[in-house]
Design a protein around this ligand. Structure first.
Ligand SMILES: C[S@@+](CC[C@H](N)C(=O)[O-])C[C@H]1O[C@@H](n2cnc3c(N)ncnc32)[C@H](O)[C@@H]1O
Length: 393
């Protein structure tokens, strides 16, 4: 195992010192800028949960080899080293790993953590079998632009039989919400723009899920589990799936309307002695993943006890497997007329303005309270995906 001043490099794009990087470099290497890591590190639900899962379970880490897939600034590697791992290998394809190398040295982990720069799929790691894999791989809607495929490659290539994965389980949920005001602002707006009919854009806008925080009061049905993922056993093919759901209207007012479906996920570290879980749902503390809103073409009128039944299909887009094609079909109270809506979670150009990297130059004259400043995308997406998303503050 080598511990040089630079993270050892497998296959890597041209290295540019951080002070010389331009927007072109950040476009190619979305994780190179510290801002994206700042936002992830400051997500205390996320980072605190990993810290609790690792550091409160020293008996699982003591004397064990640990692989940190997508180590970023090295935070999870340092938690594992502090928890007693015999050696940690952190790998990351982004130039942020050069900062990670300085960070582990500054914190006295030079001998217990080895960093490798490169793509996990192409790397030649200094240890060939690990007791534990740790990784923060989750994307919007859990699977959008997520690195789960990479973690599965790492599991199949490097995890010892009986080894552990942190986290080891993820569960996706769906519910229906009342969201008239924001639907008017974002979707119905296109019906009448300064007196003109822009409704062709309304149809496109409807098909783009919106990443947003939703007030628990807006949820008008009980939630339903869409998909459970056990990281020890799941296969890449399982990540394209169709899941049925039935939602029961819970609000006791007479009749009310639902305007959208809402999805979120929970993360579990089930192998831990002191169980650690966190949720990205509307009932839970804010995380940078927020929730994902899928507006329905028509409102769904409900009274308490009504059922919305349907299915959600999710698969990578054929032309760009970073994008997700999501179809939701549903009907109310077993009515024959089923509605089917196709959504696409995809990259789109305008939100480049919302990325932390591109906001930085503006930040001196954008008021902190302004929606533009607050409209940061989820950070754990590669840069192209920073261009993503209907992300609202
Ligand atoms: C969500 S960040 C997590 C960073 C860090 N582990 C943390 O928790 O703060 C994911 C990291 O994985 C890296 N990554 C994504 N795909 C990768 C791959 N195929 N091989 C190596 N690193 C990868 C990215 O560059 C990014 O730094």
């Amino acid at each position: 195992m080598s511990n040089s001043n630079e993270a050892s490099s497998s296959k890597m794009e041209e290295d540019v010192p951080p002070q010389d990087m331009t927007s072109k470099d950040y476009y190619a290497d979305s994780y190179a800028h510290f801002g994206i890591h700042e936002e992830m590190l400051k997500d205390s639900v996320r980072t605190g949960s990993y810290r609790a899962a690792i550091m409160n379970n020293g008996h699982l880490f003591k004397g064990k080899t640990v692989l940190d897939v997508g180590c970023g600034t090295g935070i999870l590697s340092m938690f594992a080293a502090k928890a007693g791992a015999s050696h940690v290998v952190g790998i990351d394809m982004s130039n942020i790993i050069d900062q990670a190398q300085k960070i582990i040295e500054a914190n006295g982990f030079k001998d217990s953590i080895t960093l490798v720069k490169g793509k996990l799929e192409e790397a030649d790691l200094p240890i060939k079998e690990f007791d534990i894999i740790i990784s923060e791989w989750m994307g919007y809607f859990l699977l959008y632009e997520s690195m789960l495929d990479t973690v599965l490659v790492a599991r199949d290539k490097y995890l010892k039989p009986g080894g552990l994965i942190f986290p080891d389980n993820a569960t996706m949920y769906i519910a229906a919400i009342e969201d008239q005001d924001y639907k008017d602002e974002k979707i119905n707006f296109w019906d009448n723009v300064y007196g003109f009919d822009y409704s062709c854009i309304k149809d496109i806008a409807l098909r783009e899920p919106l990443v947003d925080t939703v007030d628990l009061k807006a949820v008008v049905t009980d939630p339903c589990v869409l998909k459970h993922i056990d990281l020890l056993t799941v296969k890449k093919e399982d990540l394209a799936f169709t899941a049925p759901f039935t939602l029961t209207a819970t609000r006791t007012d007479c009749t009310y309307d639902a305007h959208a479906f809402l999805a979120w996920f929970d993360i579990q570290f089930q192998c831990t002695h002191k169980k650690v879980n966190f949720s990205t749902g509307p009932h839970a503390q804010y995380t940078h993943w927020k929730q994902t809103v899928f507006y329905t073409p028509q409102t769904v009128t409900l009274t308490e006890g009504d059922k919305i039944s349907g299915q959600l299909t999710c698969s990578p887009n054929e032309r760009n497997n970073r994008d997700l094609d999501i179809t939701i079909s549903y009907s109310t109270n077993d009515e024959a007329n089923e509605v089917t809506m196709n959504y696409k979670m995809c990259v789109f150009f305008l939100v480049i303005l919302y990325s932390p990297v591109f906001l930085l130059p503006f930040s001196s004259f954008v008021n902190r309270a302004s929606p533009l400043f607050l409209m940061t995308p989820r950070p754990s997406l590669p840069f192209l995906s920073m261009l993503t998303a209907n992300v609202r503050s």
